[in-house]
Design a protein around this ligand. Structure first.
Ligand SMILES: Cc1cc2nc3c(=O)[nH]c(=O)nc-3n(C[C@H](O)[C@H](O)[C@H](O)COP(=O)(O)OP(=O)(O)OC[C@H]3O[C@@H](n4cnc5c(N)ncnc54)[C@H](O)[C@@H]3O)c2cc1C
Length: 396
Protein backbone atom coordinates (compact mmCIF):
# COMPACT_ATOMS: atom_id res chain seq x y z
CA UNK A 1 0.00 0.00 0.00
CA UNK A 2 1.57 3.32 -1.08
CA UNK A 3 1.12 6.41 1.07
CA UNK A 4 0.83 10.16 0.36
CA UNK A 5 0.00 13.21 2.46
CA UNK A 6 -3.25 13.77 0.57
CA UNK A 7 -5.43 11.72 -1.76
CA UNK A 8 -7.92 13.56 -3.95
CA UNK A 9 -10.75 11.50 -5.41
CA UNK A 10 -11.98 13.00 -8.71
CA UNK A 11 -10.19 15.22 -11.22
CA UNK A 12 -12.99 17.65 -12.04
CA UNK A 13 -12.28 21.28 -11.28
CA UNK A 14 -13.11 20.85 -7.58
CA UNK A 15 -10.64 17.96 -7.19
CA UNK A 16 -7.95 19.68 -9.25
CA UNK A 17 -8.28 22.94 -7.30
CA UNK A 18 -7.88 20.98 -4.05
CA UNK A 19 -4.89 19.07 -5.47
CA UNK A 20 -3.24 22.33 -6.50
CA UNK A 21 -3.93 23.93 -3.10
CA UNK A 22 -2.36 20.92 -1.34
CA UNK A 23 0.67 20.84 -3.65
CA UNK A 24 1.19 24.58 -3.07
CA UNK A 25 1.52 23.79 0.61
CA UNK A 26 4.33 21.35 -0.06
CA UNK A 27 2.20 18.24 0.48
CA UNK A 28 2.50 15.07 -1.58
CA UNK A 29 -0.73 14.47 -3.49
CA UNK A 30 -2.24 11.52 -5.31
CA UNK A 31 -5.25 12.15 -7.54
CA UNK A 32 -7.48 9.17 -8.35
CA UNK A 33 -9.81 9.60 -11.34
CA UNK A 34 -12.16 6.98 -12.76
CA UNK A 35 -12.13 8.33 -16.32
CA UNK A 36 -9.15 8.71 -18.65
CA UNK A 37 -9.30 12.52 -18.24
CA UNK A 38 -11.87 15.00 -16.84
CA UNK A 39 -15.14 14.24 -18.67
CA UNK A 40 -17.75 15.51 -16.17
CA UNK A 41 -19.41 18.84 -15.47
CA UNK A 42 -16.06 20.61 -15.49
CA UNK A 43 -15.59 20.30 -19.27
CA UNK A 44 -19.27 20.61 -20.23
CA UNK A 45 -19.98 24.09 -18.91
CA UNK A 46 -19.66 27.71 -20.11
CA UNK A 47 -16.30 28.38 -18.49
CA UNK A 48 -17.84 31.39 -16.83
CA UNK A 49 -16.56 32.34 -13.39
CA UNK A 50 -19.66 34.22 -12.35
CA UNK A 51 -18.10 36.15 -9.50
CA UNK A 52 -20.36 39.23 -9.56
CA UNK A 53 -23.52 37.12 -9.56
CA UNK A 54 -22.84 35.65 -6.12
CA UNK A 55 -23.76 36.90 -2.66
CA UNK A 56 -22.70 35.95 0.88
CA UNK A 57 -20.45 32.92 1.35
CA UNK A 58 -20.39 32.12 -2.37
CA UNK A 59 -19.28 35.67 -3.18
CA UNK A 60 -16.41 35.31 -0.69
CA UNK A 61 -15.35 31.96 -2.15
CA UNK A 62 -15.61 33.29 -5.71
CA UNK A 63 -13.46 36.33 -4.91
CA UNK A 64 -10.94 34.22 -2.98
CA UNK A 65 -10.59 31.89 -5.96
CA UNK A 66 -10.23 34.57 -8.64
CA UNK A 67 -6.47 35.06 -8.33
CA UNK A 68 -5.95 31.30 -8.00
CA UNK A 69 -7.72 30.71 -11.33
CA UNK A 70 -5.47 33.24 -13.05
CA UNK A 71 -2.35 31.81 -11.41
CA UNK A 72 -3.36 28.25 -12.33
CA UNK A 73 -3.84 29.33 -15.96
CA UNK A 74 -0.30 30.73 -16.02
CA UNK A 75 1.18 27.60 -14.46
CA UNK A 76 -0.72 25.14 -16.64
CA UNK A 77 -0.77 27.29 -19.77
CA UNK A 78 -4.50 27.37 -20.45
CA UNK A 79 -6.63 30.28 -21.63
CA UNK A 80 -8.19 32.38 -18.87
CA UNK A 81 -9.19 35.98 -19.30
CA UNK A 82 -10.24 38.86 -17.07
CA UNK A 83 -12.98 39.43 -19.62
CA UNK A 84 -15.78 40.44 -17.29
CA UNK A 85 -19.30 39.49 -18.35
CA UNK A 86 -22.19 41.33 -19.97
CA UNK A 87 -25.86 41.18 -19.06
CA UNK A 88 -28.02 42.05 -22.07
CA UNK A 89 -31.24 43.76 -21.01
CA UNK A 90 -34.29 43.87 -23.25
CA UNK A 91 -36.71 45.74 -20.97
CA UNK A 92 -36.80 48.56 -18.41
CA UNK A 93 -37.63 46.00 -15.69
CA UNK A 94 -34.36 44.19 -16.40
CA UNK A 95 -32.45 47.49 -16.36
CA UNK A 96 -34.04 48.22 -12.98
CA UNK A 97 -32.63 44.98 -11.54
CA UNK A 98 -29.19 45.82 -12.89
CA UNK A 99 -29.37 49.27 -11.32
CA UNK A 100 -30.38 47.70 -7.99
CA UNK A 101 -27.50 45.21 -8.26
CA UNK A 102 -25.08 48.06 -8.90
CA UNK A 103 -26.30 49.80 -5.75
CA UNK A 104 -26.02 46.58 -3.74
CA UNK A 105 -22.42 46.04 -4.95
CA UNK A 106 -21.30 49.58 -4.03
CA UNK A 107 -21.09 50.60 -7.69
CA UNK A 108 -17.63 49.07 -7.99
CA UNK A 109 -18.36 45.76 -9.64
CA UNK A 110 -21.03 46.70 -12.18
CA UNK A 111 -21.10 49.31 -14.97
CA UNK A 112 -24.43 50.16 -16.58
CA UNK A 113 -24.40 50.42 -20.38
CA UNK A 114 -26.72 51.84 -23.04
CA UNK A 115 -27.73 49.95 -26.19
CA UNK A 116 -24.99 51.50 -28.35
CA UNK A 117 -22.24 50.76 -25.86
CA UNK A 118 -23.49 47.22 -25.49
CA UNK A 119 -23.55 46.59 -29.21
CA UNK A 120 -20.07 48.04 -29.68
CA UNK A 121 -18.68 45.95 -26.82
CA UNK A 122 -19.97 42.73 -28.35
CA UNK A 123 -19.29 43.33 -32.01
CA UNK A 124 -16.80 46.20 -32.29
CA UNK A 125 -19.10 47.95 -34.75
CA UNK A 126 -20.07 44.78 -36.64
CA UNK A 127 -23.58 44.84 -35.20
CA UNK A 128 -25.19 45.05 -38.61
CA UNK A 129 -23.30 41.97 -39.82
CA UNK A 130 -24.22 40.03 -36.70
CA UNK A 131 -27.88 40.94 -36.86
CA UNK A 132 -27.93 40.82 -40.64
CA UNK A 133 -30.27 43.76 -41.03
CA UNK A 134 -29.87 47.05 -39.15
CA UNK A 135 -27.42 48.24 -36.52
CA UNK A 136 -29.52 47.07 -33.56
CA UNK A 137 -28.41 44.22 -31.37
CA UNK A 138 -31.67 42.32 -31.35
CA UNK A 139 -34.02 43.71 -28.76
CA UNK A 140 -31.29 44.90 -26.43
CA UNK A 141 -31.97 48.29 -24.84
CA UNK A 142 -28.90 48.32 -22.61
CA UNK A 143 -27.29 46.20 -19.97
CA UNK A 144 -24.42 45.89 -17.59
CA UNK A 145 -20.76 44.96 -17.51
CA UNK A 146 -19.76 42.72 -14.59
CA UNK A 147 -16.14 43.68 -14.04
CA UNK A 148 -14.82 40.87 -11.84
CA UNK A 149 -16.01 37.87 -13.86
CA UNK A 150 -13.52 35.61 -15.63
CA UNK A 151 -13.67 33.28 -18.60
CA UNK A 152 -11.84 30.02 -19.21
CA UNK A 153 -12.33 27.50 -22.01
CA UNK A 154 -14.04 24.59 -20.23
CA UNK A 155 -12.82 22.05 -22.77
CA UNK A 156 -9.18 22.76 -22.14
CA UNK A 157 -8.88 24.27 -18.64
CA UNK A 158 -9.40 21.19 -16.42
CA UNK A 159 -7.54 18.77 -18.74
CA UNK A 160 -4.58 21.20 -18.95
CA UNK A 161 -4.56 21.66 -15.19
CA UNK A 162 -4.70 17.88 -14.67
CA UNK A 163 -1.74 17.38 -17.04
CA UNK A 164 0.25 20.15 -15.42
CA UNK A 165 -0.37 18.89 -11.89
CA UNK A 166 0.36 15.32 -12.99
CA UNK A 167 3.75 16.45 -14.28
CA UNK A 168 4.70 18.01 -10.91
CA UNK A 169 7.04 15.89 -8.81
CA UNK A 170 4.85 16.08 -5.69
CA UNK A 171 1.66 15.05 -7.50
CA UNK A 172 0.71 11.70 -8.95
CA UNK A 173 -2.32 11.61 -11.24
CA UNK A 174 -3.79 8.13 -11.68
CA UNK A 175 -6.54 7.89 -14.29
CA UNK A 176 -8.79 4.94 -15.01
CA UNK A 177 -8.88 4.22 -11.27
CA UNK A 178 -12.34 3.94 -9.74
CA UNK A 179 -12.55 4.49 -6.01
CA UNK A 180 -14.82 1.97 -4.31
CA UNK A 181 -14.50 2.83 -0.61
CA UNK A 182 -12.95 5.61 1.47
CA UNK A 183 -12.49 5.64 5.24
CA UNK A 184 -9.95 6.70 7.91
CA UNK A 185 -7.15 7.38 5.43
CA UNK A 186 -7.57 4.19 3.39
CA UNK A 187 -8.85 4.23 -0.18
CA UNK A 188 -9.89 1.03 -1.91
CA UNK A 189 -9.91 1.23 -5.69
CA UNK A 190 -10.40 -0.90 -8.78
CA UNK A 191 -6.60 -1.38 -8.96
CA UNK A 192 -5.61 -1.67 -5.31
CA UNK A 193 -5.51 0.13 -1.97
CA UNK A 194 -3.87 3.47 -1.19
CA UNK A 195 -3.43 5.35 2.05
CA UNK A 196 -3.03 9.01 2.95
CA UNK A 197 -2.92 11.26 5.98
CA UNK A 198 -6.08 12.85 4.61
CA UNK A 199 -8.51 12.07 1.77
CA UNK A 200 -10.60 14.74 0.03
CA UNK A 201 -13.51 13.36 -1.96
CA UNK A 202 -14.47 15.56 -4.94
CA UNK A 203 -16.68 13.28 -7.02
CA UNK A 204 -19.38 15.81 -7.95
CA UNK A 205 -22.69 14.10 -8.64
CA UNK A 206 -20.92 10.76 -8.09
CA UNK A 207 -21.02 11.35 -4.33
CA UNK A 208 -23.92 8.90 -3.61
CA UNK A 209 -21.85 5.92 -4.80
CA UNK A 210 -19.27 6.53 -2.04
CA UNK A 211 -21.31 8.21 0.70
CA UNK A 212 -24.97 7.30 0.13
CA UNK A 213 -26.18 8.33 3.59
CA UNK A 214 -24.57 11.77 3.37
CA UNK A 215 -25.96 12.30 -0.13
CA UNK A 216 -29.44 11.17 0.93
CA UNK A 217 -29.33 13.38 4.01
CA UNK A 218 -28.45 16.39 1.83
CA UNK A 219 -31.21 15.51 -0.65
CA UNK A 220 -28.58 15.33 -3.39
CA UNK A 221 -30.01 14.90 -6.88
CA UNK A 222 -28.83 15.49 -10.46
CA UNK A 223 -29.40 18.59 -12.53
CA UNK A 224 -29.24 17.96 -16.29
CA UNK A 225 -28.64 20.80 -18.73
CA UNK A 226 -29.05 21.01 -22.54
CA UNK A 227 -26.14 22.70 -24.30
CA UNK A 228 -25.06 23.53 -27.85
CA UNK A 229 -21.91 24.70 -29.62
CA UNK A 230 -22.73 27.14 -32.41
CA UNK A 231 -21.36 29.80 -34.71
CA UNK A 232 -22.97 33.07 -35.77
CA UNK A 233 -22.81 34.67 -39.27
CA UNK A 234 -20.23 37.16 -37.96
CA UNK A 235 -18.30 36.15 -34.86
CA UNK A 236 -18.74 37.94 -31.57
CA UNK A 237 -15.67 40.03 -30.88
CA UNK A 238 -15.84 39.61 -27.11
CA UNK A 239 -14.67 36.66 -25.04
CA UNK A 240 -16.85 37.75 -22.10
CA UNK A 241 -19.80 35.60 -21.04
CA UNK A 242 -23.15 37.06 -22.13
CA UNK A 243 -26.10 36.69 -19.77
CA UNK A 244 -29.74 37.46 -20.55
CA UNK A 245 -33.01 38.11 -18.73
CA UNK A 246 -33.38 34.55 -17.41
CA UNK A 247 -29.92 34.87 -15.83
CA UNK A 248 -31.41 37.61 -13.64
CA UNK A 249 -33.75 34.98 -12.21
CA UNK A 250 -30.95 32.53 -11.42
CA UNK A 251 -27.91 34.30 -9.92
CA UNK A 252 -28.63 35.48 -6.40
CA UNK A 253 -26.98 38.89 -6.78
CA UNK A 254 -29.94 39.60 -9.11
CA UNK A 255 -32.69 37.12 -8.25
CA UNK A 256 -32.93 38.24 -4.60
CA UNK A 257 -33.45 41.92 -5.50
CA UNK A 258 -36.89 43.55 -5.30
CA UNK A 259 -37.04 44.14 -9.09
CA UNK A 260 -36.58 40.45 -9.96
CA UNK A 261 -40.26 39.71 -9.43
CA UNK A 262 -41.23 42.06 -12.27
CA UNK A 263 -38.72 40.37 -14.58
CA UNK A 264 -40.15 36.95 -13.67
CA UNK A 265 -43.66 38.21 -14.42
CA UNK A 266 -42.48 39.65 -17.75
CA UNK A 267 -40.86 36.37 -18.80
CA UNK A 268 -43.94 34.40 -17.65
CA UNK A 269 -46.17 36.56 -19.85
CA UNK A 270 -43.84 36.88 -22.82
CA UNK A 271 -42.03 33.53 -23.03
CA UNK A 272 -43.41 31.00 -20.52
CA UNK A 273 -41.53 28.17 -22.25
CA UNK A 274 -38.30 29.63 -20.88
CA UNK A 275 -39.58 29.12 -17.34
CA UNK A 276 -40.91 25.66 -18.17
CA UNK A 277 -37.43 24.44 -19.16
CA UNK A 278 -35.74 26.29 -16.28
CA UNK A 279 -33.78 28.41 -18.73
CA UNK A 280 -30.74 30.50 -17.99
CA UNK A 281 -30.02 31.61 -21.55
CA UNK A 282 -26.40 32.59 -21.85
CA UNK A 283 -23.44 32.47 -24.21
CA UNK A 284 -19.81 31.55 -23.67
CA UNK A 285 -17.62 32.60 -26.63
CA UNK A 286 -14.59 30.31 -27.10
CA UNK A 287 -11.15 31.30 -28.41
CA UNK A 288 -11.86 29.69 -31.83
CA UNK A 289 -14.93 31.90 -32.43
CA UNK A 290 -17.52 29.25 -31.59
CA UNK A 291 -20.05 29.95 -28.83
CA UNK A 292 -21.30 27.66 -26.06
CA UNK A 293 -25.05 28.28 -25.72
CA UNK A 294 -27.33 27.00 -22.96
CA UNK A 295 -28.91 26.16 -20.70
CA UNK A 296 -31.99 24.46 -19.32
CA UNK A 297 -32.33 22.79 -15.90
CA UNK A 298 -34.02 19.45 -15.34
CA UNK A 299 -33.83 18.04 -11.79
CA UNK A 300 -34.15 14.30 -11.02
CA UNK A 301 -32.65 11.61 -8.79
CA UNK A 302 -31.09 10.20 -11.95
CA UNK A 303 -31.01 12.45 -15.01
CA UNK A 304 -33.07 11.50 -18.05
CA UNK A 305 -30.45 10.87 -20.76
CA UNK A 306 -32.64 12.00 -23.67
CA UNK A 307 -32.32 15.60 -24.85
CA UNK A 308 -35.63 17.14 -25.95
CA UNK A 309 -35.22 19.02 -29.22
CA UNK A 310 -37.98 21.38 -28.12
CA UNK A 311 -35.92 22.40 -25.08
CA UNK A 312 -32.83 23.43 -27.00
CA UNK A 313 -35.11 25.14 -29.54
CA UNK A 314 -36.54 27.36 -26.79
CA UNK A 315 -33.00 28.32 -25.73
CA UNK A 316 -31.80 29.01 -29.28
CA UNK A 317 -34.89 31.07 -30.13
CA UNK A 318 -34.24 33.34 -27.15
CA UNK A 319 -30.50 33.54 -27.87
CA UNK A 320 -31.07 34.36 -31.56
CA UNK A 321 -33.65 37.02 -30.73
CA UNK A 322 -31.35 38.72 -28.23
CA UNK A 323 -28.49 38.86 -30.74
CA UNK A 324 -30.85 39.98 -33.53
CA UNK A 325 -29.94 37.03 -35.77
CA UNK A 326 -32.00 36.40 -38.93
CA UNK A 327 -33.12 32.79 -39.22
CA UNK A 328 -33.20 33.01 -43.01
CA UNK A 329 -30.62 30.42 -44.01
CA UNK A 330 -32.28 27.03 -44.42
CA UNK A 331 -29.32 25.36 -42.72
CA UNK A 332 -29.41 27.58 -39.65
CA UNK A 333 -31.30 27.27 -36.37
CA UNK A 334 -32.61 30.64 -35.21
CA UNK A 335 -29.64 32.19 -37.02
CA UNK A 336 -27.03 29.86 -35.49
CA UNK A 337 -25.07 27.09 -37.17
CA UNK A 338 -25.18 24.28 -34.62
CA UNK A 339 -21.99 22.23 -34.48
CA UNK A 340 -22.53 20.09 -31.37
CA UNK A 341 -25.11 19.33 -28.70
CA UNK A 342 -24.54 17.66 -25.35
CA UNK A 343 -25.91 17.13 -21.89
CA UNK A 344 -24.16 18.32 -18.75
CA UNK A 345 -24.98 17.05 -15.27
CA UNK A 346 -24.07 18.61 -11.96
CA UNK A 347 -24.82 17.74 -8.33
CA UNK A 348 -27.76 19.64 -6.88
CA UNK A 349 -29.10 20.05 -3.37
CA UNK A 350 -31.61 22.73 -2.41
CA UNK A 351 -30.87 22.13 1.28
CA UNK A 352 -27.05 22.06 1.08
CA UNK A 353 -25.68 23.74 -2.06
CA UNK A 354 -22.22 23.32 -0.60
CA UNK A 355 -21.54 19.94 1.01
CA UNK A 356 -18.23 20.19 2.83
CA UNK A 357 -18.12 17.64 5.58
CA UNK A 358 -15.54 15.78 7.64
CA UNK A 359 -17.04 12.30 7.46
CA UNK A 360 -14.26 10.92 9.68
CA UNK A 361 -11.06 12.36 11.16
CA UNK A 362 -9.13 11.71 7.92
CA UNK A 363 -11.79 12.17 5.23
CA UNK A 364 -13.39 15.37 3.92
CA UNK A 365 -16.13 15.47 1.30
CA UNK A 366 -16.17 18.59 -0.91
CA UNK A 367 -19.15 18.73 -3.26
CA UNK A 368 -20.47 21.86 -4.93
CA UNK A 369 -24.17 20.97 -5.17
CA UNK A 370 -25.27 23.92 -7.30
CA UNK A 371 -24.22 25.22 -10.71
CA UNK A 372 -21.27 27.40 -9.72
CA UNK A 373 -18.40 24.96 -9.25
CA UNK A 374 -16.22 26.75 -11.81
CA UNK A 375 -16.77 29.98 -9.93
CA UNK A 376 -15.96 28.84 -6.39
CA UNK A 377 -13.73 25.72 -6.72
CA UNK A 378 -10.44 27.52 -6.12
CA UNK A 379 -11.73 29.59 -3.20
CA UNK A 380 -13.25 26.48 -1.67
CA UNK A 381 -10.00 24.54 -2.07
CA UNK A 382 -8.01 27.22 -0.22
CA UNK A 383 -10.58 27.15 2.59
CA UNK A 384 -10.62 23.35 2.84
CA UNK A 385 -6.84 23.14 3.06
CA UNK A 386 -6.76 25.88 5.68
CA UNK A 387 -9.10 23.86 7.90
CA UNK A 388 -7.03 20.65 7.85
CA UNK A 389 -4.73 19.67 10.70
CA UNK A 390 -1.73 22.08 11.02
CA UNK A 391 0.74 19.38 9.91
CA UNK A 392 -1.24 19.19 6.67
CA UNK A 393 -1.30 22.90 5.97
CA UNK A 394 2.29 24.02 6.04
CA UNK A 395 2.59 27.60 4.79
CA UNK A 396 1.97 27.99 1.07
C1 LIG B 1 -23.84 22.48 -18.61
C2 LIG B 1 -23.23 23.08 -17.38
C3 LIG B 1 -22.96 24.44 -17.34
C4 LIG B 1 -22.37 25.00 -16.18
N1 LIG B 1 -21.95 26.29 -16.23
C5 LIG B 1 -21.19 26.77 -15.21
C6 LIG B 1 -20.60 28.06 -15.28
O1 LIG B 1 -20.68 28.74 -16.30
N2 LIG B 1 -19.95 28.54 -14.18
C7 LIG B 1 -19.79 27.78 -13.05
O2 LIG B 1 -19.24 28.27 -12.08
N3 LIG B 1 -20.27 26.53 -12.99
C8 LIG B 1 -20.96 26.01 -14.03
N4 LIG B 1 -21.45 24.74 -13.96
C9 LIG B 1 -21.22 23.94 -12.76
C10 LIG B 1 -19.80 23.37 -12.75
O3 LIG B 1 -19.46 22.86 -14.01
C11 LIG B 1 -19.74 22.28 -11.69
O4 LIG B 1 -20.19 22.79 -10.45
C12 LIG B 1 -18.29 21.78 -11.51
O5 LIG B 1 -17.72 21.47 -12.75
C13 LIG B 1 -18.30 20.58 -10.58
O6 LIG B 1 -16.98 20.11 -10.53
P1 LIG B 1 -16.65 18.73 -9.84
O7 LIG B 1 -15.16 18.58 -9.91
O8 LIG B 1 -17.31 18.66 -8.52
O9 LIG B 1 -17.42 17.65 -10.73
P2 LIG B 1 -17.00 16.93 -12.09
O10 LIG B 1 -16.41 17.86 -13.07
O11 LIG B 1 -18.21 16.18 -12.53
O12 LIG B 1 -15.85 15.94 -11.66
C14 LIG B 1 -16.04 14.84 -10.79
C15 LIG B 1 -14.98 13.82 -11.15
O13 LIG B 1 -15.00 12.78 -10.20
C16 LIG B 1 -14.78 11.56 -10.88
N5 LIG B 1 -15.32 10.47 -10.06
C17 LIG B 1 -16.60 10.32 -9.66
N6 LIG B 1 -16.73 9.22 -8.92
C18 LIG B 1 -15.50 8.65 -8.85
C19 LIG B 1 -14.96 7.48 -8.20
N7 LIG B 1 -15.74 6.67 -7.48
N8 LIG B 1 -13.65 7.21 -8.35
C20 LIG B 1 -12.84 8.02 -9.06
N9 LIG B 1 -13.28 9.15 -9.68
C21 LIG B 1 -14.60 9.45 -9.57
C22 LIG B 1 -15.52 11.74 -12.19
O14 LIG B 1 -15.07 10.84 -13.17
C23 LIG B 1 -15.23 13.19 -12.50
O15 LIG B 1 -14.07 13.33 -13.31
C24 LIG B 1 -22.08 24.18 -15.07
C25 LIG B 1 -22.38 22.81 -15.12
C26 LIG B 1 -22.93 22.26 -16.25
C27 LIG B 1 -23.20 20.77 -16.29
Amino acid sequence: MTHSDIIIVGSGIVGLAHARAAARRGLSVRILEADSSPRGASIRNFGHCCITGQIGEFSELAEAGREQWLAAAQEANFWAEESGAYVLATSPAQMAVLEQAREAKDHTAIDLLGAEAMRDALTEGQGSRLGGQDSRLGEVIGGAFLRRDLRVDPRTAAPALARSLGAASAVELLTGVRVIHVGHGTVETSVGTYSADHVIVCTGHGLPALFPALAADAGLIECALSMALATTPAPLTTSAALLTRTSLLRYEAFSTLPGAEAVAAEVAADAPALLEVGANVMFGPRPDGSIVIGDSHDYAASADPFLEESTIDVLLAEAGAVLGLSPTESSSTHGFEIRQRWQGIYASSAARPLIVEAVDERTTVATVATGIGMTIAFGLAERTLATLHPTLRAAA
